[in-house]
Design a protein around this ligand. Structure first.
Ligand SMILES: Cc1ncc(COP(=O)(O)O)c(C=O)c1O
Length: 422
């Protein structure tokens, strides 16, 4: 039997309003966290509100500050990252903004140039409109860091795996140097997820992830998380509620649901990525049109050994990229896919195919593309958890379509016959 609730008193409208928030006592533990869809919380004595608002007591007062569903998310993210604490925000971009702002103080930001495009846009806007000082350098090794770091820098920002060239950052060495130099290291770990890499255990001050990707994992939520020490997370919390970037309870719940299968999904997606990378290498060595395959799991990848150590042998991630001979060949590959969805993002159950030159990087000419580590024929694959055989069949379909385009482009155009004059 369900527990009885007390009988309501008052007029019709009053009973409708007050009755809708009567909560049953639940002494059994649910197996799914409740979604606390409340934007405000009542207290017994009015002075308690002031105490809650000024953090003189723990509890809930207003949804932009704290929410119990988010509290559950914070605890599990902190645990998975083996960090003291964690916080959630409305997107990965909001999480990055808050973390860099809190850690930079009045100093300069040194960010890798192998950067997600949205982070480029964020940093450019902050330079233009908010007076931030930002420098970029390709920060892959500690030598790269030494060449770029100056005493004015207070925070360094890198990505564990940079897209789409799948460049793996030497986090242990870079974190150690940042500590020596008294600079805060922020790592965007979106491409790895805590299943493969936990940067704060390597010495980073903060790890940031777009939970839109692996943590959420089902393509149904936009969210971001930050993990680090308690002081940093408290400052990020204040930043988030003052700038209005807090995560809603329903979104927090979706990420919580996704996190439960994170390990299974990353293992499946990583195995699919490995199989696709090997299929593409086989196509290239058999004389096909595939020119370069970039995947950290391949022995000839520049950071293969580093990735093996960094990801503790748990796999090499779910992203890879490869080169086809031309823009049109790459577009034909993407258009021929039936299982890979032509879409941006990554880290979900669906496999995605992206032709950066005509989509995410469409504004760049071939020279600018090369500077970003891309070619006109670069194709990016983000693997999901479908059956390997179906994905490999899609690769074959895509490569056949690309071959046709290459053959057409290679056919010499005939001069029009010269009309005979009589
Ligand atoms: C590496 C990386 N960092 C950050 C973000 C931004 O995340 P969000 O879209 O949740 O703001 C993305 C989004 O694609 C990303 O790929």
């Amino acid at each position: 039997m369900e527990p009885a609730l007390s009988r309501l008193s008052g007029g019709f409208a009053t009973r409708a309003v007050r009755g809708a928030v009567q909560l049953p006592e639940v002494s059994e533990r649910p197996v799914s966290a409740p979604i606390w869809l409340s934007s405000t919380w009542g207290v017994t004595r009015s002075e308690e509100l002031g105490e809650l608002l000024t953090d003189r007591r723990d509890g809930y007062v207003y949804g932009r500050y704290d929410n119990p569903t988010a509290t559950t998310l914070h605890a599990v993210v902190a645990s998975l990252h083996e960090a003291e604490a964690a916080w959630s925000l409305a997107s990965g971009t909001a999480a990055l903004h808050a973390t860099l702002d809190v850690l930079r103080g009045s100093g300069r930001v040194l960010a890798t140039s192998l950067l997600y495009g949205g982070t480029w846009a964020l940093l450019r806007r902050l330079e233009r409109d908010a007076g931030w000082k930002v420098d970029h350098a390709p920060l892959v090794t500690v030598d790269d860091l030494d060449a770029a770091l100056t005493p004015e820098h207070t925070v360094v920002h890198v990505e564990t795996v940079a897209n789409p060239a799948t460049v793996v950052c030497d986090l242990p060495a870079i974190a150690a140097r940042c500590r020596e130099r008294g600079v805060e290291l922020v790592v965007d770990n979106t491409f790895a997820s805590p299943y493969l890499c936990r940067p704060t255990t390597l010495g980073a001050a903060a790890v940031v992830e777009s939970a839109t990707k692996f943590l959420g994992g089902h393509g149904d939520v936009v969210a971001g998380v930050v993990a680090g020490d308690r002081t940093l997370v408290e400052r990020v919390r204040t930043h988030a509620f003052e700038l209005g970037a807090s995560l809603g309870a329903f979104e927090a719940w979706l990420v919580l649901r996704g996190i439960q299968t994170l390990a299974l999904r990353v293992r499946a997606a990583t195995a699919n990525a490995d199989a696709c990378a090997r299929e593409l290498v086989a196509a290239s060595t058999a004389g096909g049109d595939v020119e370069v395959v970039r995947y950290p799991g391949l022995a000839d990848h520049a950071q293969h050994a580093l990735a093996t150590q960094l990801f503790e042998g748990r796999g090499y991630g779910a992203q890879l990229s490869f080169e086809l001979p031309s823009r049109t060949a790459a577009a034909a590959f993407a258009d021929a896919c039936r299982v890979f969805v032509r879409a941006s993002s990554l880290g979900g159950t669906h496999s995605l195919v992206l032709h950066p030159a005509s989509t995410s990087h469409r504004q760049l000419d071939d020279v600018a593309l090369a500077a970003a580590g891309l070619g006109p024929g670069t194709v990016r694959l983000s693997l999901g958890i479908e059956d390997e055989a179906d994905l490999l069949a899609d690769l074959d379909r895509g490569l056949a379509a690309s071959r046709q385009v290459v053959a057409t482009e290679a056919t010499p155009t005939m001069d029009p016959p010269i009309a005979e004059t009589t």
